[in-house]
Design a protein around this ligand. Sequence first.
Ligand code: FAD
Length: 346
Amino acid sequence: MLVELDAPLAPLTTLRLGGPARRLVTAGTDEEVVETVRAADLAGEPLLVIGGGSNLVIGDRGFDGTVLRIATTGFILDGTELELAAGEVWADAVTRSVDAGLAGIEFLAGIPGSAGATPVQNVGAYGQEVAGSITEVVAYDRRADEVVTLTNAECEFSYRHSRFKADPERYVVLRVRFRLADADGRSTPVRYAEVARTLGVEAGERVALRTAYKTVLGLRAGKGMVLDPADHDTWSAGSFFTNPVLTADQYADFLTRLGERTAPAYPAPGGCTKTSAAWLIDQAGFGKGYGAGAATLSTKHTLALTNRGTASTADLLGLAREIRDGVRTTFGVDLVNEPVMIGVTL
Ligand SMILES: Cc1cc2nc3c(=O)[nH]c(=O)nc-3n(C[C@H](O)[C@H](O)[C@H](O)COP(=O)(O)OP(=O)(O)OC[C@H]3O[C@@H](n4cnc5c(N)ncnc54)[C@H](O)[C@@H]3O)c2cc1C
């Protein structure tokens, strides 16, 4: 267990933003994780748990408390059952599962961060979500002061949300268990229209696992969504806003504001309609590359707010507010941030 004082946090985030941690603890075993969390809780010390820092916006003043960086390792494959330690690098785990000929997470290739964070916001992309293959999550329950095992249903997964996100002070994920599928080297059915188009197949068809994997990585790279330290378009937290889910009344109001335009619309649970945050941002006048300062939109994707190298968190949030307000004025839709804000609000 490594303990550092007044430790910079910016290098631990993909945005490379944020001030220092008063105390940074790097834990390499589940026991060290539990011990650190328990000690902080007993002392009434503020605690921030981080994995790969790819979904975090940390304020310029940093974090006045203990930051626990989870660096545990463990990739245990038994038939189609996969158990990952929380600190495992997610993108590497996807590669290894594809190499093992197993389907279920292949469309989640190239997503940065740790395995332990994937249930937190029910990580998803290109028609797949971890909720589709997670069987159990082993977590330290800070309220009960014990290690618990939650079933998939108990995780209460929904679009970019879960029990862990709803109650962020309660659980620290230690291990995530998945049930993958042996589909004779083929993927799960292709669900996402862009992937189907790129592959030249109909939605619902299966393709070779490796083809699915490579196709997704290619699509992601084209949007600046695969980390590359040399490419400032990838100095982001991925999608900065979630796709808005509108109630029937909100959707009716939205349609009247659209005029001649046609916005993407997908059915969502509860009679709601999901539309595209990227489309709204673009149509509200914030095209790719928008912004003149040190924080701008990615030149490849309107949903990614990026640090061009010298930005502060204040710069990034200034841009985020301008975009959120512009979309609200034009379309009457409130964009909600996807990354977790630490010490700052939008
Ligand atoms: C270029 C890029 C592309 C991305 N593409 C996608 C995408 O396609 N789909 C998608 O869903 N996300 C995407 N993301 C967002 C991000 O990669 C995921 O949310 C990822 O799961 C975050 O993992 P992390 O380890 O970096 O979490 P961190 O950023 O370190 O933490 C995020 C949150 O999870 C909590 N947390 C982290 N680990 C644990 C743990 N073990 N127990 C409890 N809480 C924990 C933290 O406290 C924090 O609240 C992208 C990000 C980037 C930078």
